[in-house]
Structure formats: C-alpha cells, structure tokens
Design a protein around this ligand. Structure first.
Ligand SMILES: C[S@@+](CC[C@H](N)C(=O)[O-])C[C@H]1O[C@@H](n2cnc3c(N)ncnc32)[C@H](O)[C@@H]1O
Length: 399
C-alpha cells in the first residue's frame, strides 16, 4: 500500500511538518518534493507487520478513537444494555434465556433510554468509522488508484477481472453500511480491510481470524490438498494465510467485487504469495467439475439469500472432487443455537441498523439441510474458530 513516504514525498522539512500535524490537503501539496530513499516507511506497520499503518496520523487517531468508542459501546455500556434488555423481557413475563421472538423483545424494551442509547452509539461508531476511512483514502484517491493499477500485472500470483460480470442485486447492498459496499467504491478494498480491523477491535491487523482458520483447515482423508478455493474471498486474507500454511497448494479466491480483489491481489503480491484471484460468482465459478480438494466460504452465507445459497452449494458440490471438503464458516443459525433476548436484540440491530440485509433469512434457514440437499455429507464436528458464535460444520462430497 502507498505509505507515508509515497504520499508525502518526504523531505526532512515535510517530515517535520507532518509530525507537527499537517492535514492531508497540505500533505498532498508536498508530493512533488524529493523522495525518501526506498524502503523507508515513516508510519511503519502494526505489530507483526502484516498491515501498514494508516497513511496519516490524524486519520489513525480518529480511527483509534472510534475503535475505543465502539469497544466501550460493546463492552462496558453494551453489557449494561444487554442486562437491561434481559431484565425488561423478564419483567414482561418471559424467559430471557429462551429466545423470545424479536417482536416480543422489542415490545418489552419499549423506549428504554439506555438500550436505545447503546444501539445509537453502535450505529454512530459504524458511521464514524466509514466516514473517516472513506474521506481519508479518497483524499488521496489518485495515488491509490495508481498503485492498484500498477499492482495488477505484478506477481507472483494472478488477478482476473471481469468488468462485464453481472453482479446480482443482493451483493450490491451496502452491507455494514459501508458506503459503496463491496462493489461500488473503487477503494472499497482498503476501506473494508481497515474498517473490519476497527470493527473487530484490532483483530484484523494481523489477519488473526484468517490465520486461526488456516491453521485448522481440514484436509481430505487421503491427505491430498493440491487445489484450494475460497469463495466470497473479499480482500483474500484467507487465501493468503492458506498459501502460507500450504506453499505447494494451488490457491484460488473468487469474489464478485473488483475493488476487494484488486486490493487483495496487491497485498498478496507485496507479500510474495502466489495466489490466484478472480472476479467470478460463487453461483457460477467457471471451474471444471471435481477440480478442488477443499473449498471454503468464510462469513459469506449470512450475506446471501437462501435461494442463492442453494445455487452456490450446488456449484460447490460440482467443483469439489469426490472426498473433497467444503467448510462454510459462519454464524450459528437459529437451529444451531437459540440466542438470549439480548443476543436476539443485537442480531436484530445488525440486520436493521447495520444493513445486514440477509442475515435474518440466513439465521432462519436450515443450513445443514441445504448442504444435504446439495448432495454433501454433513459433519457437525468441523474445526472452527474459537468464539462461541461460530458454526462448526463441513460438507464432504461422497466418493
Ligand atoms: C463479509 S465479506 C467476507 C469476505 C472474506 N471472506 C473475509 O474473510 O473477509 C463477503 C464477500 O462475499 C462477496 N460475495 C457476495 N456474494 C457473492 C457471490 N455471489 N459470489 C462471489 N462473491 C460474493 C462480497 O463481494 C464480499 O467480498
């Protein structure tokens, strides 16, 4: 990614001015000055070096504030709000642990000030997060578009884009209220990656979930993992982590969104990881029958209508080889875990206020049945991520 040096030019005078707090417009004006020697990165990277620090200190500081605000909204204040919801549901004569219907939860909550203030804080944190990222990256849009363009033909690894791809309407929504979503903002990959890092309270700076997942990914019984595919791969964090674990495996990732893939390809190339990214739909991947040993989908299905989930699962079965494994890591559906009243309220907030358009439909579906209908043999003891809300299912294509 463009670093501080590239953006600001970097003479000592400018470095001093930046440290003194120039804003991005002032910094832009300085781009033409003498470059610093190559490989000098004034801002550096986060702890282990996988994610470059945000290009400007003011942007980074604002995002740190937003992350702290979100953390407080989720934890100290969030716990109080959850306790209050459960208490109000109890006072309304229901058992808060027995997952009352959302209409009953909302009726019990009424216009309780602390619950709605907490919900408002979470929404505000999301809005502030995206605004700072969108404004910050777009202030230097030209430079970022240039670096994405320059990275397109760099390797190792390949990037296949398809501007003519008819992206389904459901995938165009501004999920998580991210402006432009995965498709509509050319800098969406940057915005998403840093946004998810704030959202997960810094767990993405070192690709923590993806590396945890790559470390436990199941391998087919015969031990062969020659070809691997991740569908709905986003900015390709999982394929990168898989390639690190299995350097000999041919690694693919597909996604509907070009902005996500372009950013992911640039990052993979910068990390010298030979992975192949393609702008294709999970419903119609274009790959040969029986051509993958393992297919994964990480947090894809809760963003997909059931009708399309059926098509995707049929496609996965087609491209998996007999004995091949499909691992769809996502949230537990209602049939896998019944949430408490406060849990249900928070899921509802995610759906209504965080624009998780399809998540209620996904949670209401019988995903295991959908996998079975697609011809996969389902196992409910799949390795999964450590937090309790993740499912642990995998499908095996019968031999
Ligand atoms: C929540 S993001 C998950 C991204 C990624 N798996 C990760 O680890 O962050 C969902 C991704 O699925 C993609 N997507 C949604 N529907 C798709 C489809 N039908 N085919 C391919 N990609 C799709 C979106 O563009 C988006 O990048």
């Amino acid at each position: 990614m463009i670093d501080r040096r590239t953006l600001v030019g970097g003479s000592a005078a400018i470095t001093g001015a930046v440290t003194a707090g120039l804003n991005s417009r002032d910094a832009d004006a300085a781009v033409t000055t003498t470059s610093l020697p190559k490989n000098v990165d004034l801002r550096g990277r986060y702890t282990e070096g996988r994610l470059e620090r945000l290009p400007e200190l003011d942007m980074e500081s604002r995002l740190e504030f937003v992350q702290g605000f979100r953390k407080w909204s989720l934890r100290e204040f969030g716990m109080k709000s959850s306790n209050r919801i459960n208490q109000l549901v109890k006072e309304a004569g229901q058992d808060a642990k027995l997952s009352p219907p959302i209409d009953d939860v909302l009726a019990a909550v009424g216009d309780d000030l602390s619950v709605w203030t907490n919900a408002r804080c979470k929404t505000t944190a999301q809005q502030l997060m995206w605004k700072n990222l969108v404004d910050g990256f777009h202030a230097n849009e030209k430079g970022y578009l240039e670096e994405l363009k320059a990275a397109e033909n760099s390797g190792p690894g390949t990037l296949e884009l398809n501007p003519a791809l008819a992206v389904p309407e459901y995938a165009r929504h501004e999920i998580h209220i991210q402006p432009g979503g995965y498709i509509g903002d050319p800098l969406g990959g940057y915005v998403y990656h840093y946004g998810v890092n704030v959202f997960t309270l810094n767990l993405q700076s070192e690709d923590a979930f993806h590396r945890e997942l790559a470390a436990i990914i199941p391998v087919p019984e015969d031990g062969k993992l020659k070809r691997y595919l991740d569908i709905g791969t986003g900015v390709a964090q999982l394929p990168m982590a898989i390639k690190e674990r299995f350097p000999e495996t041919e690694v693919w990732g597909i996604d509907a969104g070009a902005p996500m893939l372009r950013y992911g390809h640039m990052r993979a190339a910068e990390s010298s990881l030979d992975i192949h990214l393609a702008q294709r739909l999970a419903e119609n991947t274009g790959f040969d029958d029986n051509s993958f040993d393992v297919v994964t989908a990480y947090i894809l299905f809760h963003e997909v209508p059931t009708e399309n989930a059926r098509k995707i699962l049929a496609e996965v079965r087609r491209i998996l080889r007999p004995g091949g494994i499909f691992l769809p890591v996502d949230f537990k559906t209602f049939s896998q875990a019944r949430p408490s009243a406060s849990g249900r309220f928070n899921q509802w907030w995610d759906h209504v206020h965080n624009n998780e358009v399809w998540t209620e439909e996904y949670r209401s579906s019988d995903f295991i049945q959908l996998m079975t209908d697609a011809g996969l043999k389902v196992r409910e003891d799949a390795p999964t991520l450590s937090a309790a809300f993740w499912n642990s299912i995998m499908g095996i294509k019968p031999v």
